[in-house]
Design a protein around this ligand. Structure first.
Ligand code: ADP
Length: 481
C-alpha cells in the first residue's frame, strides 16, 4: 500500500485509520503487506532502521535520493517504509498547514508514487498488488502500466476515500509528474483542461474501491460525482463499495484507556459518569437533565458546518437558544468555521468549542455525549457514527453515503439513530428537537436505541475479506490484459 497517512504515524482523517486497520487485518490473515509513506517531521527516526543506501527515484530529467527508514505497524508484522526526503517531506503538515495546501503537493506525492514502483525491485520484493489511496498516490496505476511487459506489472487497486479531493493542477505542470507530453492523451490525466490525478487513477486502476456501498452508487451521479460521475460510471464494473471497519481495540468503551470509567452494554448507566467527567473537563454545568450533543470533525463544508454555523442561516445558534441542550464541538479546519465556533462559544454558555486535534478528548466525547451530530452533505463512510454506536451515543446523521448504510432511523419498531433527509438547517433543527423530545419523554426508548447501537459490529475482518475479493479480481483483470 502506498499512502500519505497511516496511524499511528500520520493522520488527518479516516484514511489513516482505514489503511492501518486493513493492513493489520490482511497481515493477520497471513498476507505479506508492506506500506510506503513519507517520513514527515512528526515521525521519529530513532526507533526505525535506516537502509544503508538511499532510494533513487528518476522523474523525467530530475532524480531524487531519499533515505528509507523501516518500521512496523503496531501489533503486526506489517513493514512500513518511510521515504525520508528533507525538501519534500521534512515539514510538520501532511498536505499543508492552517488550512492552506502546500503548493508543491503534486511534486511531493509524484515522487512518492514513483517510489512505490522503484522500491520493490530495490528490495527484490515484487508485490502482486499495489494499493493506492486517494489522489496523492492515484498516479501509481498509470505508472505501473508504462514501460513494463504485462507479465511483470503488479495489479493495481485505487481506493477513493473522498471524491471531493482530486488533485487538480494546471496542464503546464505535467513535467512534474514525470510523464512526457506524448503520454498525456493516453494517461487519463486530462479533465476539463486540467490535470486530474484521481481521474487518471480511476481510469488506469485494475479495480477501484470506495468506502461504502451507498457512496459507490452516489459518486456515479452528478449530485455527488464532483464532475467525475461519468468517468466512474464508465468503470462501474470495476467499482466496489466496501464499508470501513472499526478498530475495536482502540474504540471500545469496555477498555478505552482514555476514560476514567469504562462501561459495557450491561453497565451503560455508568456512561453518565463519563458525561459528568466530560462536562467538568469542558467547563459545562454538570447535569443529566439536558442531553449533551457532541461533534468531532474536520471543520469543512462537507461535514455540514455551513448549515450549522453560517451567520443568519446556520442551525447552531437556534438550537442553542431554543432547546435545553449542551453542545461540544472538537475540530480544526477552515478558518471561517473556527472563527464562528469561537464566537458562538463566547456567546452561549451551553456550547464549548475546542479548536484543535485531540485524540483523547475525541474518545471522551464519544463516551460522555448522549448524541453525536454528523450532518454531512456527503460522507464516503464516516467513522464517528460507528464509534458512537459502540459507545451508546445516539448518532444524528444525514441519509448519505456510509451514514445511510450504518444508521437506521428510530421508529416505534426499533432503529439506531436519528436520520435527517439531507444537510439543511431546518432538518438539523428538527433532528435535534427529536433528540431532545426523546431524551425528556422516552428514557426507555433512549435505552433501547443505545442497546441496539451497542450490539452492532463493523469488524475489519469482514471488510478485509471484501478487499481480498477486490484484489483477486484486480489480479485476474491484469492477467487478462
Ligand atoms: P474524515 O476522514 O472525512 O475526516 P471520518 O469520520 O471518516 O471523517 O474520520 C475522522 C477521524 O478523525 C475520526 O477517527 C475522528 O475521531 C478523527 N478526528 C477528526 N477531527 C479530530 C479532532 N479535531 N481531534 C481528534 N480526532 C479527530
Amino acid at each position: 500500500m502506498v499512502t500519505t497517512e497511516a496511524v499511528p504515524f500520520a493522520k488527518s482523517g479516516g484514511l489513516a485509520d482505514a489503511v492501518t486497520a486493513l493492513a493489520q487485518e490482511l497481515d493477520r490473515a497471513g498476507h505479506d503487506v508492506r506500506l510506503l509513506m513519507p517520513r514527515y517531521y512528526g515521525i521519529r527516526r530513532d526507533q526505525l532502521f535506516r537502509f544503508p543506501s538511499p532510494l533513487r527515484v528518476q522523474i523525467g530529467e530530475e532524480h531524487y535520493e531519499s533515505a528509507v527508514y523501516e518500521g512496523r505497524l503496531p501489533d503486526s508484522e506489517v513493514v512500513v517504509y518511510f521515504l525520508d526526503h528533507e525538501e519534500l517531506f521534512g515539514r510538520d503538515g501532511i498536505y499543508g498547514v492552517g488550512g492552506e495546501a502546500f503548493d508543491d503537493n503534486l511534486h511531493r506525492f509524484t515522487v512518492l508514487s514513483h517510489a512505490a514502483l522503484t522500491i520493490g525491485p530495490r528490495l527484490g520484493w515484487e508485490p502482486e498488488i499495489i494499493h493506492s489511496h486517494d489522489w496523492p498516490t492515484a498516479l501509481v496505476p498509470m505508472l505501473a502500466r508504462r514501460g513494463q511487459s504485462s507479465a511483470h506489472q503488479p495489479a493495481t487497486v485505487l481506493t477513493v476515500h473522498n471524491l471531493g479531493y482530486q488533485g487538480s493542477y494546471p496542464v503546464g505542470m505535467l513535467p512534474k509528474t514525470g510523464l512526457s507530453w506524448s503520454e498525456l492523451p493516453e494517461s487519463g490525466l486530462l479533465h476539463h483542461d486540467e490535470l486530474n490525478m484521481l481521474k487518471a487513477g480511476i481510469l488506469n486502476a485494475d479495480m477501484v474501491t470506495t468506502v461504502s456501498p451507498t457512496y459507490a452508487a452516489e459518486i456515479q451521479t452528478p449530485l455527488h460525482g464532483f464532475s467525475l460521475d461519468q468517468v466512474l460510471t464508465s468503470r462501474s464494473e470495476r467499482l466496489a463499495g466496501i464499508l470501513n471497519g472499526v478498530d475495536y481495540s482502540l474504540w471500545n468503551p469496555e477498555r478505552d484507556h482514555h476514560l476514567d470509567v469504562n462501561y459495557t452494554a450491561e453497565t451503560v448507566a455508568l456512561k453518565e459518569r463519563s458525561k459528568s467527567a466530560l462536562q467538568t473537563e469542558l467547563g459545562l454545568p454538570v447535569t443529566n437533565d439536558v442531553p449533551l450533543i457532541g461533534t468531532v470533525s474536520r471543520l469543512v463544508s462537507q461535514k455540514g458546518f455551513a448549515e450549522l454555523l453560517a451567520p443568519g442561516y446556520g442551525a447552531l445558534p437556534t438550537v442553542l437558544t431554543e432547546m435545553p441542550i449542551q453542545v461540544v464541538v472538537l475540530g480544526t479546519g477552515e478558518p471561517e468555521y473556527e472563527y464562528q465556533l469561537r464566537r458562538l462559544s463566547d456567546r452561549f454558555p451551553n456550547l464549548t468549542a475546542i479548536i484543535g486535534f485531540d485524540d483523547g478528548l475525541a474518545h471522551r466525547i464519544e463516551a460522555g455525549a448522549d448524541f453525536f451530530l454528523m450532518p454531512s452533505r456527503y460522507e464516503p463512510c464516516g467513522l464517528n457514527q460507528l464509534y458512537s454506536l459502540r459507545y451508546g451515543t445516539i448518532p444524528i446523521v444525514t441519509r448519505t453515503g456510509g451514514l445511510a448504510d450504518t444508521v437506521r432511523d428510530v421508529t416505534p419498531e426499533g432503529g439506531t439513530g436519528i436520520v435527517l433527509g439531507h444537510a439543511c438547517p431546518s432538518e438539523i433543527i428538527n433532528g435535534i428537537r427529536r433528540a431532545v423530545t426523546m431524551w425528556k419523554e422516552s428514557p426507555n426508548q433512549i435505552a433501547a436505541v443505545r442497546r441496539a447501537g451497542m450490539k452492532e459490529r463493523y469488524a475489519w475482518e469482514s471488510a478485509a475479506g471484501h478487499y481480498l475479493e477486490a484484489y483477486a479480481r484486480a489480479i485476474s483483470y491484469r492477467a487478462s490484459v
